[in-house]
Write a protein that binds this ligand. Structure first.
Ligand code: HEC
Length: 205
């Protein structure tokens, strides 16, 4: 009986403290055990805001922003194909310069090296863990492959290879294609590529 009374009093205290003050008014903020995301550092649309020079929280679109659902332009840079056809473009449709190759190497080393290997021979690290049939870029078929088709393979993937279109944007995809061409070229150099003056130094006996 003694315990029952103690338990009853405790229960009363708990019940009253939990629900007893419902409806009573207080000017103090409520005790929050789990605040969840009731208060956030966020900007409300159309509200004034001192952070931006314009004094508004809503900002104009960045120049060149394309609205979702905007008409997709069927041009070689976007598709890797000649406009209105299914034929792949042979060459890279953007200017190829050193910054592009450097960017391509950097992207290639992130996205392609694990499978295709740093030199593009298809012997990346994953081949030691079960993925065996990775293409080598030095196969004659891939050396002759139109640039647009390589671009398309990066965009959509091919057989065992997944699509990288979502991860690598269009300019970067062309940069990767350019670097891939450089890798292929690295194994196809001939004596005539050297200036005449330097060929003598090359002679091997
Ligand atoms: C997860 C592993 C993996 C990654 C990462 C990967 N590939 Fe591949 N790739 C493959 C495999 C496997 C094949 C062979 C596909 C087949 O024909 O079965 C292949 C084939 C290819 C081919 C030849 C397609 C053809 O028509 O035969 C090209 C070109 C290619 N990859 C380019 C790339 C480029 C560029 C990247 C980086 C953006 C890349 N791959 C990243 C696994 C990968």
């Amino acid at each position: 009986m003694r315990y029952f009374l103690t338990a009853l009093v405790l229960l009363l205290v708990v019940v009253v403290s939990l629900v007893g003050w419902r409806g009573s008014k207080s000017t103090k903020p409520p005790l929050e055990v789990f605040p969840d995301m009731d208060r956030q550092y966020k900007l409300r649309p159309q509200a004034g805001n001192g952070f931006f020079a314009s004094g508004s929280s809503s900002q104009a679109y960045v120049a060149g922003t394309i609205p979702r659902g905007a008409p997709y332009r069927d041009v070689p840079v976007n598709t890797g194909r000649l406009a209105g056809t299914t034929n792949f473009v042979q060459t890279i449709p953007v200017p190829v310069d050193e910054p592009l190759l450097r960017r391509g190497r950097q992207r290639y080393q992130i996205y392609c090296t694990p499978c295709h290997g740093a030199v593009g021979d298809g012997r990346g690290i994953v081949t030691q863990y079960g993925l065996v049939a990775v293409a080598s870029f030095h196969e004659p078929r891939l050396v002759k492959m139109p640039a647009g088709e390589i671009f398309h393979t990066i965009t959509k993937g091919k057989n065992l290879m997944g699509a990288y279109g979502a991860a690598i944007d269009i300019p970067d995809r062309w940069a990767v294609v350019a670097y891939l061409r450089a890798l292929q070229r690295s194994r196809l150099a001939v004596e005539e590529d050297l200036p005449e003056s330097e060929r003598a130094a090359l002679s091997v006996n």
